[in-house]
Design a protein around this ligand. Sequence first.
Ligand code: FE
Length: 336
Amino acid sequence: MSAWCSLSSMTRQTDSLDGQQVVNVYTTRHYQVDTMLFQEFTKRTGIHVKEVKGTAEELIERMKHEGKTSSADILLTVDGGALAFAKQHGVLQKMSTKALLHNVPREWRDQEQYWFGIATRARVIVYAKERVKQEELSTYEDLAHERWKGKVLVRSSASLYNQSMLASFIELNGQQQAEKWAQGIVRNFARPPEGGDKDQAKAIGAKIGDIAIMNTYYIGQMLNSSDPEEREIAEQLGVFFPNQLTTGTHINISGIALAKHAPNKENAVQLAEFLTSTEGQTLLVQGSYEFPVNPETKMPRLLNDWRSFEKQTIDVATLGRLHKNASDIFEKVGWQ
Ligand code: FE
């Protein structure tokens, strides 16, 4: 039994072999709130959540390799491109229930119901309030200007967050402009990419750079962290939603899909319905500070402050399709 399974005193269905109902989740998510959400799901349904963690590439490859013998019920990713990729590689099946179609608006789900968003995330500009004025910020494109030389912090190109962001610029501005942009950002690096998004915020705190490209929810998590140092750093940071007058802020989804050979299909659907329900979404965003997909979600104040901004309008399948082009650019310009 995995460490994630919490025993519940509530009634439990007992028709699985070992007398325990389970749902096996192949997940690329790495947030504390997920454990809490799964425990709440177990409490309500008696179904235990067993997690297998990995990168999207690893998990999708594993599902392909395992084929009909796969124990995967659910694929949970932090990138819409990865969901589109999984669909394309035939490791998913449709999951269309009334509840899911009600919970998740059309713009955040696959039109053929192969996957559903559970949260959206904006990739924004975070800056040192002490050293940068908000009026100096405008667009992603502007960060490639030489006046930001030595000031820009961003994680490595191995991150799907960056691959999808660059893919969006390829779609909006063309391959050539996207390459020019990536080249400019590399020239402006405060240091060679290292760490995750939160580490870029911490590097602003340590005055290694002034500006970071990162997802908003990490700032929410840091502002509400149990670690006083994280809170202190986050207080010094401003969050800026770029490209409001042009192409909109880059947005991606975290989403859920039913595995093609799911052995516990009904349990999997129940989990998807819970995660997208008003209650599930409210718990999710209070812990992760991602944006909800379900419009009936109760949001923490911070998210209400952030929620009105112009978003890119690119479908996630397009982002997935352009990952290879993005990787080629990253390699060419030396964005490690
Ligand atoms: Fe993340």
